[in-house]
Write a protein that binds this ligand. Structure first.
Ligand SMILES: NC(=O)c1ccc[n+]([C@@H]2O[C@H](COP(=O)([O-])OP(=O)(O)OC[C@H]3O[C@@H](n4cnc5c(N)ncnc54)[C@H](OP(=O)(O)O)[C@@H]3O)[C@@H](O)[C@H]2O)c1
Length: 497
């Protein structure tokens, strides 16, 4: 199979995509339109009040991005606009509902035209409300699956999950499906229906108890509940916990439906396609880049010898498209880790080195023209010790400031509140991210390697659908592409704020 065959699969086909306003979704839309201009329709399901707002969202959040510049250049502006109008169909909908909340007539008409469904929509917040995460990440894939089964011409449902459904397990983590009820803690059984009922029960108890600040109360109670239930079953956060439920429900419901589950690890900026360094948001490890830049933390936690599993976003999109072509109409479920830790490992130390090298080459200057020195932050290998340092160096002096402020009639209360908020935020980051700072697993990618060799993408035109994690050099990618991309994005965002 060569690139022409992969692109050929999308010819005259209608694809329903959820999550197109997100980071991966936009890139997917652009790539399909670029490599297969003869695609029949791309139905983009977005959350919006009505058809007009859906159209507005698709144009402002997706099509207007610089990501589409290659296409704009190819067609010229008027040509680009009519190309988009012909191919892209915005639909107002929400994956938390059966039939995505579409009325029967609309759902029926849509189902008759769909060949492939790509479900990328999810809430990616590690500290999301449990009710929200359950609805989007667990029930969302279930609803996508039920809708897929109603599509008479459906060739495949591709669901984007995450490699971190594996939680914080150590060793080699396999591309295998979760069984119904399976958890990451021995002796525990997860009943998704019971979790949904628990959420309803707690929400109605809250409604009965309070009225005034109910929404705020519900919000914090639901966030804590999600975190607690995730930890109870062995996951470090509600995001990965509910993404696992999504996979389980999909597996339970799919019947004979052809399903591919893509599990990327931590997704970074584009390596090369459509141009290097496209990114949206500063996520996961990017927080470290921003922290180095702002010299925000003198220290952090982790083990420098540990491997960070990251993967450029265009590699993920390419793997997804090739998997669609290879598993077209195959009545099976296949899982792919799109990861780097096995074939092209990146240690935290090497990541840090690349950041340092970037800042040596591009020194930061203060307003007075002085160069900001490059300091390696101190890395604590022991979480309890780190917590103790936070207590002694930050928490206790802050409490003293609080007492002083009280004695001086609130003289320092503003300053205290500001520092206290920062400390609480840092503690929340530690609570949510510490498990990953010490992550010691490697993602097996046997299926992905097989896909690479079976699809024979090595044939010369491989760069169009390159998804070989060995093909890039981390150091040059980080120094020349990713670190500047994150900083550019961050500075632009600050400028907008
Ligand atoms: N980014 C990563 O590092 C990473 C790593 C591994 C896996 N993944 C997976 O890749 C997928 C895409 O991630 P991303 O980084 O692109 O996320 P993202 O930027 O946060 O985008 C999430 C998308 O999902 C949509 N969405 C959320 N809930 C929805 C709902 N109930 N109904 C319809 N649409 C909904 C959002 O729409 P709105 O614009 O309306 O909010 C947005 O378009 C997710 O499934 C995620 O779990 C991401």
């Amino acid at each position: 199979m060569d690139a022409t065959t992969v692109a050929g699969c999308f010819r005259d086909k209608s694809i329903l995509i959820t999550g197109s306003t997100g980071f991966l979704g936009k890139l997917l839309v652009e790539k399909i339109l670029r490599v297969q201009p003869a695609v029949k329709k791309l139905y983009l399901l977005v959350r919006a009040a009505d058809a007009a707002s859906a159209e507005q969202r698709v144009f402002s959040d997706v099509i207007e991005m610089d990501l589409f510049n290659m296409l704009r250049k190819k067609y010229g502006l008027p040509g680009f606009q009519s190309f988009i109008q012909e191919k892209v169909v915005p639909i107002a909908g929400d994956i938390i509902y059966e039939n995505f909340g579409l009325d029967n007539l609309r759902a029926d008409a849509l189902s008759k035209d769909i060949d492939v469904i790509i479900n990328g929509a999810a809430t990616t917040n590690f500290y999301e409300r449990y009710d929200v995460a359950l609805a989007s990440n667990a029930l969302g894939p279930r609803n996508a699956c039920e809708f897929a089964k109603k599509c008479p011409n459906l060739k495949l449902l591709l669901h984007i999950s995450t490699a971190f459904v594996a939680g914080t397990q150590e060793g080699l983590l396999l591309e295998k499906a979760f069984q119904n009820g399976e958890t990451l803690r021995e002796g525990y059984y997860m009943d998704i229906e019971a979790e949904l009922q628990l959420v309803d029960k707690i929400k109605s108890e809250l409604t009965a108890a309070k009225s005034g600040t109910l929404e705020q109360l519900k919000k914090s109670a639901m966030k804590e509940l999600g975190f607690k239930r995730a930890c109870h079953f062995g996951w470090p956060n509600v995001y990965t916990f509910t993404k696992t439920m999504g996979e389980i429900l999909l597996g339970q419901r799919r019947g004979n439906l052809p399903v591919v589950i893509i599990r990327p690890t931590m997704v970074t900026s584009t390596y090369q396609d459509p141009f290097p360094g496209w990114i949206e948001g500063a996520r996961t490890i990017d927080a470290l880049i921003v922290a180095y830049d702002e010299q925000a933390f003198p220290c952090f936690i982790g083990d420098r010898s540990n491997v960070i599993d990251a993967i450029p976003v265009d590699i993920v999109i390419n793997a997804a498209m090739v998997a669609i072509a290879v598993h077209w109409n195959e009545e099976a479920q296949v899982i792919y880790h799109v990861s780097s830790s096995l074939q092209n490992p990146l240690s935290l130390y090497a990541f840090e080195d690349a950041c340092m090298d970037y800042f040596y080459i591009n020194p930061r200057t203060l307003e007075n023209g002085k160069i900001v020195p490059n300091k390696r932050p101190y890395v604590f290998k022991n979480l309890s010790f780190f917590r103790l340092v936070l207590l002694l160096v930050y928490k206790l002096p802050l409490q003293m400031l609080h007492v002083m402020s009280f004695l001086l009639c609130g003289m320092f209360s503003q300053h205290y509140n500001k520092l206290n908020r920062r400390l609480n935020f840092l503690m929340l980051l530690v609570k949510l991210y510490a498990p990953y700072a010490f992550f010691n697993g490697r993602f097996d990618d046997t299926n992905l390697s097989r896909l690479w060799s079976e699809a024979k993408m090595d044939g010369g035109d491989d760069s169009i659908f390159n998804f070989d994690p060995k093909r890039f050099d981390w150091h040059s990618y980080l120094v020349e592409v990713h670190v500047p991309a994150v900083l550019k994005y961050k500075r632009k965002e600050k400028g907008r704020a």
